[in-house]
Design a protein around this ligand. Structure first.
Ligand code: 5GP
Ligand code: SF4
Ligand code: MG
Length: 455
């Protein structure tokens, strides 16, 4: 998911949030929502669909106020209903509150049961509603303090934007698993966003990333900050760099495009192949494709075209939809491929759907040999922190050894980047989660009851 928040008296906060969400659309296409406060109450508009589908100009005009938060949702459990869309708005002892969440709680079911036993009512199936109910549970305290208490109870990954009638708050989990950054517009307006590309879009100046375990409070007094003690080492999701984030974003000091470029360079050092042309799979393979070709001193050509109007394949919830999406989305340029030995560079293989179809399409378009180069290590373990790879039975690298994957995909050869190569590209000391690659889960994972609906 993607989150955005603005404290901006005097600005058209709803429109700025709309633009911010538009920049974060790649983080989720299932639903979108914006909540705005004018100091007295909170208005919300949310629905299933893309940002441009959910909001008309009329809708935005009705959302007048000084503070706003917004959310785009990446659903991991199939059909999303408008009830599951965010932000979530409710009123409790301290007044009205709105909250939007990116991440996944690993003890959501346990907390939900506890809260329900104490009389809490839930309207949706999302983890994020657990947060709102917990805040209400600690409602005797000011919002900052309730959030601190929530952070002690809650396990999992979360970047939150929270809004009361006079404050905007940003929270990043103690491991910093999901990104969140702060920007500034003019003198007194502040922005929070999942990625810095959203700050650029609303012409906000990047201030800094929110630290793991930090609560940022923005109100008429400016920015203040509180922290809870770190629970463990920092564990930012390494897939933010491999795939998830936009290349023009910089997260925790590393530009995503550059990280991908370096992954491609490392891949070329590890697996140089004698081919006629290097072709990236757009968009997520572009930067690593350039890195690969430059380092291996090979000819680079954008031999596959991407239809801009097709949403991300991986995010489509069913297998049938995913298969059609690959063909809709990627179309090769025959002239570039015909009679050539081709190295195709992509960012990752999850189920193998994209790669299998792609190899088939490339051969049909005349490629003499197709070598598949993947700029990340094999995904072998489920993610419990908000990325949709939770079924081990769906992960091709968990089921088959390399040679069998190569055969299944139909490539002449298949090469993954090693984990050491990946760490060389991003700098291991910065602290990453790479659990889906190596099974080392930095944040306690659910026992027994399993996951709730994450985001
Ligand atoms: P597959 O087709 O192997 O199941 O999925 C891999 C493809 O999906 C890659 O081309 C990758 O760019 C894309 N993709 C989309 N969303 C994600 C995601 O959340 N994680 C990963 N690892 N790949 C994704
Ligand atoms: Fe990211 Fe993988 Fe960790 Fe999930 S398990 S947070 S996808 S690195
Ligand atoms: Mg891709």
């Amino acid at each position: 998911c993607g989150v955005f928040g603005i404290y901006g008296p005097g600005n058209d906060v709803a429109s700025l949030t709309y633009y911010g969400l538009f920049a974060l659309q790649h983080r989720g296409q299932e639903s979108a929502g914006i909540a705005v406060t004018n100091g007295n109450h909170i208005k919300i508009h949310k629905n299933v669909g893309l940002v441009t589908e959910v909001f008309s100009e009329e809708d935005l005009k009705k959302l007048k106020g000084d503070i706003a938060i917004g959310h785009v949702q990446y659903s991991t459990t199939g059909i999303t209903s408008a009830l599951d869309a965010q932000p979530i708005v409710c009123s409790y002892l301290q007044g009205n509150i709105a909250l939007a969440h990116n991440g996944s709680l690993t003890n959501a079911k346990e907390l939900r049961n506890k809260l329900a036993n104490n009389g809490s009512v839930f309207q949706s199936s999302t983890d994020s509603e657990v947060f709102v109910n917990l805040i209400a549970h600690y409602g005797q305290n000011p919002i900052e303090e309730s959030l601190m208490k929530c952070m002690i109870d809650v396990k999992g990954s979360y970047s939150l934007v929270v809004m009361t009638e006079n404050k905007l708050l940003g929270v990043r989990d103690p491991y910093g698993n999901r990104p969140l950054c702060i920007g500034k517009i003019g003198d007194g307006s502040y922005v929070l966003a999942s990625e810095s590309c959203a700050l650029d879009t609303v012409d906000a100046e990047f201030v800094r990333d929110v630290d793991p375990g930090e609560i940022v409070v923005i109100d008429k007094n400016g920015i203040n900050s509180m922290r809870i003690l770190p629970k463990g080492k920092k564990a930012l999701c390494i897939f933010e760099y491999i795939y998830f984030a936009r290349p023009d974003s910089t997260i925790d000091g590393i530009n995503v495009n550059y990280a991908r470029y370096l992954m491609g360079c490392e891949l070329a050092k590890e697996s140089p192949i004698d081919v006629d042309v290097v072709v990236p799979v757009p968009d997520s393979g572009n930067a690593s494709g350039i890195g690969y070709a430059e380092t291996a001193k090979l000819h680079f050509s954008q031999g596959i075209l991407k239809n801009r109007y097709v949403a991300r394949t991986f995010i489509k919830p069913t297998q049938a939809l995913r298969e059609i999406s690959v063909r809709l989305k990627l179309n090769p340029i025959k002239r570039i491929l015909e009679g050539k030995r081709v190295a195709v560079v992509d960012d990752s293989i999850v189920r193998g759907t994209t790669s299998k179809k792609l190899v088939e399409i490339l051969r049909k378009n005349g490629a003499k040999e197709v070598h598949l180069l993947i700029s990340s290590p094999p995904v072998k373990f489920p993610c419990y922190y908000g990325i949709d790879t939770s079924e081990r039975t769906e992960l091709i690298a968990a089921l088959k050894p390399l040679k069998e994957i190569e055969k299944y995909i139909g490539a002449d050869s298949l090469h993954y980047l090693s984990q050491e190569g990946l760490y060389k590209a991003v700098g291991k000391s910065k602290g990453f989660c790479s659990a889906c690659l190596d099974g080392n889960y930095p944040i306690p994972i659910p026992s027994g009851e399993g996951l709730g609906k994450n985001c």
